[in-house]
Design a protein around this ligand. Sequence first.
Ligand code: LRH
Ligand code: MN
Ligand code: MN
Length: 424
Amino acid sequence: MRIEQQVIDQHNQKLDAKHRRAFNYISEDVSDVEALLEKVQKFQIAIPSWALGTGGTRFGRFTGKGEPSSLEQKIEDVGLLHALNKSSGAISLHIPWDIPKDADNIKDLAASYDLVFDAVNSNTFQDQPGQEYSYKFGSLQHVDPNVRKQAVDHNIEVIKHGIALGSKALTVWLADGSSFPGQLNFREAFQNTLESLREIYKHLPEDWKMFVEYKAFEPNFYSTTIADWGQSLLLANKLGDKAYTLVDLGHHLPNANIEQIVSLLLMEGKLAGFHFNDSKYADDDLTAGSIKPYQLFLIFNELVDGMDAAGIDHATGLGWMIDASHNLKDPLVDLLQSVEAIKIAYTQALMVDRNALKAAQQANDVVKAQEILQGVFRTDVRSIVAEARLRSGGALNPVGLFEDISVRTKLIEERGSNSVATGL
Ligand code: LRH
Ligand code: MN
Ligand code: MN
């Protein structure tokens, strides 16, 4: 299904008066609201193809209805999101969960929804049918060179798919590690991983980047070979200019200061971008901003500060993506909520008075610094984000419209109740 512009316009007309009141009220306190709106409009957050179905845990999966059962239907889903919020103009594929058989057709279909292809993701954390060697004891780190070669070849294959689709980055996340002390030699595992990544790196086109994602734990529970930003940065530095560290918000040990990590990676020119989600305990993959919205704001505060200092374009300079799992909510609604939370945090970060904050820091005025940040964080900027969406042709209330026009019911009618998406 596609959402007609006329449907969105009608919805917007109904909400216009209320929206206008809220927007006019906040506009009076924003110094250059037009410049702010322009930045918010441009900011796009990619949707991962694996987040369009219902996730699960090792204790079970309660599948949703009308899930996309093909790559074409996943593109259709992201097209629906983008029509509603005009902020989800890219899709990220995980290979082999989503293999584009006819890249040109897939590209055309995506373009018809105004979508481009974000980073492509390799998968050497699961065995696939017909695969010669198992990844049970790792992939790029494996003690057996045959396994390493198989995993390297897979990544090269993924790059080829990405080239055909117009992607510009490869994201490598490894489950490699160990679950028991003594199971592996840390240095050898790291060296093997580095050598394997070097092989893959050789196959990156000139204008591509390699994103090295880290994760502290899971599925291995004693050590992960790329466990934290230090280990990822070490690899990225050794690999070369095209390699960067990717931050997934759920991949840290409890209470890690992610905003500080982000700030230093940016300073080093080695921040690739984000997998946004939220968590209370671990890699919980919950809706962005649903548990720790202040942390999300503080991260964006560092991003805006660091990107402006380095002259990096907010919209295009880094990879912005959601990486979440939906066990209870409709995945599409959850994604709309995540994008909204991310855009709120970004808007608030743009509104921080940087000169005043700098002055407070120079004067060791702790109270003032806190007042500045919390003053912005406690400002309701939803009408600014809504106005940006409206100007781009999106809906004033994407979640409301999704429900009003019964998008999921229509998808169930089209796809049936039993269609299940590939992914985690
Ligand atoms: C690992 C991860 C990684 C994978 C995705 C499915 O936890 O965050 O990015 O590719 O989940
Ligand atoms: Mn991730
Ligand atoms: Mn994860």
